[in-house]
Design a protein around this ligand. Sequence first.
Ligand code: MSP
Length: 665
Amino acid sequence: MPEKKEKFYLTTPIYYTNGLPHIGHTYTTVVADVIRRYKRMRGYEVVMTTGTDEHGVNVERAAKKAGVPESEYVARMADAWRSLWDELGLTADEFVRTTDLQHVRTVQWLFKLCRENGFVYKGHYTGQYCIYDNAFVNDAKPGDNCPDCGRPTETLTEENYFFKLSAFQKPLLDFYKKNPDFIQPESRRNEIISFVEGGLKDLSITRTTIRWGIPVPGEEPHVFYVWFDALTAYLSAVGGPDYEKRGMWPADLHLVGKDIIRFHTVYWPAFLMAAMLPLPKQVWAHGWFLMDATKMSKSKGNVVLPRPIVNMLGMDALRYFLLREVVFGQDGNFSYDALVTRYNSDLANGLGNLASRTAAMIEKNFAGKIPKPAEHKPQDDVLAKEAQAVIGEVLERYEKMEFARALEAIWAVIASVDKYLTTEQPWALGDSEADKQRKATVLWTSAEVLRMVTVLAHPVLPQSTDKVWALLGQTTSLGAFELDGLRWGQLAPGTSLGKSQSLFPRVDKVEAVERIESMANEELNPTQPAPAAATPAPASTPTAGAAAAAASVAAPERIGIEDFSKVEMRVGQVKTAERIVGADKLLKLTVDIGSEVRQICAGIAQFYEPESLIGRKVVVVTNLAPRKLRGVESNGMIVAASVGPEGRPVLAGFHEDVEVGARLK
Ligand code: MSP
């Protein structure tokens, strides 16, 4: 452990604003968050940066399509990214936007340094350009598609400022040699070394064909090439030209997907060398999460969204799955089925079950206080040894970014304690003094293993381990626990257990997958009609906002009475009402409509308590085709007024008594 707090600065890529986060982006940010928590627990002062990459032709196009100025478009998108990260508990220490003034100044300053040092010149460039990846495609001919995204390239000629990348072939190769850990994993390192050995062409770093970018001072209409702009965000987030004051630069770790490794390990260090600034210590490129063996993309319609998963299973389940399922660095397939299987086996049956059964037995036998262990038997010592030994292994695995192995090691201890409980059978012991003492030893031992596992798993499962920590009666902050001080035997007998809380309730796989998929459908198609007048469209997606705005200005079409009479509305009476797990806006109701009792879902859960609705008379549209909401069948719609800007639902009703089943005309 470092003596005085050593600093650790890590970054995620800054994400493009022409879409919203899917599971791929979430993966990188989750990993960064895990490392951030892990390093803090090892005594480092950690800063983690994420942000949004807001310039370029794609944004120009998207803003135009949305009918708003670029600045407004990116502000909305940056907000949406930031709030989703907050919602997922992935709040970085710095969120940098490339439209921030501090960032703009840093980019201009970096350019000035490179130019003053003789590494920038003016020239012309003609080439095939991929507007989707914002990059000229080396060696492509007109008509060629982009090798990365497969879409057509465009021929572009422009006056540019060039960066003398060719001058950095040797310095880069020397740097890689001197710093063998700079590029990780090893396979990527070899790939980059051979790329650089193959020769480097100078790189155009300004554009005149793009308007929406950071201006090159005194050289308008030149704006900076998006990658010169974007990479600099890592530096502007921690002080820019004044980076020395903050003391965080150089970065200790840039986490990136394998798609952008070249930018980070060739261009970025070359820019910094040219400016004579310190170089980052490491770039780690992880693999992709694939869907049906192809890369996820909105255009392919195969994106997996984080929110529905989190609504159904909780954020820790998603974090666990992302890190446990795939060897960090390699590609992996995403499947809901595997996600839910892991959730049930490792979290509900594994950690969750160990915590609840241990606590329940201590509650029952020792009045909720951690018992004092008595004489040890060899099997107790074997378990103690195993738990003690796993500390070193787990720390080493985390350090090497072998997250799946770290979790495997932790879960092996969970399996051992489960086995230990099965053989020792503390529940079968009686009330004799000897039995009581044995029970105390077994339960203390199990609780101690649980405590150690909880500490070790905290970086990956922050929310649920906090709960187990409190359950074990610990009052200190688990996030501030020093991993290097973790030892067997620290669980103090006599500590009162905290309140038991639900950790990972088991779910039915088919139902869970169906619900996640249906929530994802709703989020991806926000323009679908709302299930009840009361269900607002998902907030914070600019597309939803724009659609709503467009709808509100369009004049309503008039219909004839024959159209109106197609809608059958009847008086209904609510019989039962309950919340739906994983759907915080929906209530599941059963409603008597005279001829039958119907199950109907209504998006009113945030405004009506289920109990207050029982017996209430409501207006029901009875001839709507049934549909599934969050996996629950809804056979009809409850009518409500939508009040105020947030669309608060107010149920339609009657002042006089009306008969159930009466038709509204
Ligand atoms: N704006 C650039 C990065 C500039 S950094 C100075 C960019 N943005 S991006 O929005 O396209 O995000 C790319 C990153 O998202 C990848 O490098 C990776 O970290 C993550 N992922 C996007 N899709 C992914 C998967 N399907 N799987 C795993 N990670 C993926 O590139």
